[in-house]
Design a protein around this ligand. Sequence first.
Ligand SMILES: [Zn+2]
Length: 184
Amino acid sequence: MALVRDAHCHSCGAAFSDTSTYPRVCAQCKAQVWANPIPVSVVLVPVRHQGRVGLLVVRRSIEPKKGLLALVGGFLEEHETWQQGGAREVREETDVVIDHTSLVPFWFTSTEPRPNRVLLFSTATEMDASALPVFTATNETSERGLVFGPEGLEAVFAFPLHIEAVRRFFAARGITGAHEFITV
Ligand SMILES: [Zn+2]
């Protein structure tokens, strides 16, 4: 049997007769079930390394897009602001501690073709590579590194909208050229 999301009412458990659309209204208790787009907080962390500024990235060790690079981010927990959730993801995935109050909104966009996620990109305060703590690989990220430019990201990055955010970041600083990934 195929698994159908929200096949039953969240309040009383009655089965929905029509599971093709949202919102669903329960025939028994009249409760509604919605499937709103989910926000994702993604943080661009500028890191100065040997006179240049790169962006902090991780190599994914989970699907989807296992083995490719991504900016750091994830879903928010119910008690978190987008700033707190973004800072937590940076800490969990890279061991880098950032002040969540220092995050500045950078760009937001809906996913394509299904607009079921809203990506909230923000920028952290620039730090120096010498200040990065030791990185310990997790079951989600196998490597921590930097990219230094916009070119060639399609070949190494997992998600097109992360590429777009990185391009916007470097374009705003007048930085061109190869991405030049390095491990940090
Ligand atoms: Zn119900």
